[in-house]
Design a protein around this ligand. Structure first.
Ligand code: AMP
Length: 188
């Protein structure tokens, strides 16, 4: 079994709902087990067009090989209506393999750790939320790269509207957080 981390992003249609549905879809796959899900984040597009993105990261366990997992991710993207029009085009759902155990892979269609993982707040911040001490094979501690993404806009958002969460948010009084200063919602 391999512990892997997937990055999810969406900026077409109802991105918030898409990510919730995509996590359910992942959890329904018999070849993977979803172990944990980060909070939901709203982020500014980086090197991309369109509206703000919604992003999250999930930790999964799988017996699949990395390439099989990539195929599964692409199949799910396709089910969610993903069209590959041009590089970094707005997308209904983007699923990236960020980490795959301790493996380093440099194949034609798969690079792991994901080549842009350490450059983007929208992957780094939710990943560190799931494991504050996480190491990136070949790069070292993930949190050592946070200063490099500090200028990128990222805010933690509620993924449910339950009264408990609303009360907690009112009490803490903040929605927008800088990377590394994120408050944890009561639920997400
Ligand atoms: P994107 O437009 O971000 O979905 O990029 C998809 C392309 O990146 C596909 O052609 C994949 O084969 C390739 N790719 C390389 N490494 C990865 C990775 N770690 N996770 C997902 N896609 C990857």
């Amino acid at each position: 079994m391999t512990l892997a981390y997937l990055g999810l992003g969406a900026n077409l249609g109802d991105g918030r709902q898409t990510l919730k549905d995509a996590v359910v879809c992942l959890a329904q796959q018999h070849t993977i087990t979803v172990l944990a899900k980060s909070s939901l984040y709203r982020t500014a597009p980086v090197d991309a067009d369109g509206d703000d993105y919604f992003n999250c990261v999930v930790a999964i366990e799988t017996a699949l090989a990395a390439l099989q997992l990539l195929t599964l991710c692409q199949t799910i993207e396709h089910h969610f209506g993903r069209e590959r029009t041009y590089r970094n085009a707005p997308r209904t759902l983007d699923l990236d393999i960020l980490l795959f155990g301790a493996e380093k892979i440099d194949a034609e269609h798969l690079i792991i750790p994901h080549p842009r993982l350490i450059e983007r707040a929208f992957t780094l911040v939710p990943l560190i939320e799931l494991d504050a001490d996480i190491m990136i094979p070949g790069y070292g501690r993930a949190d050592s790269y946070l200063p490099g993404v500090a200028s990128q806009r990222i805010e933690q958002v509620a993924s449910c509207q339950c009264p408990l969460l609303a009360r907690a948010r009112k009490a803490t009084g903040s929605e927008i957080s800088a990377p590394g200063e994120l408050s944890k919602p009561a639920c997400s």
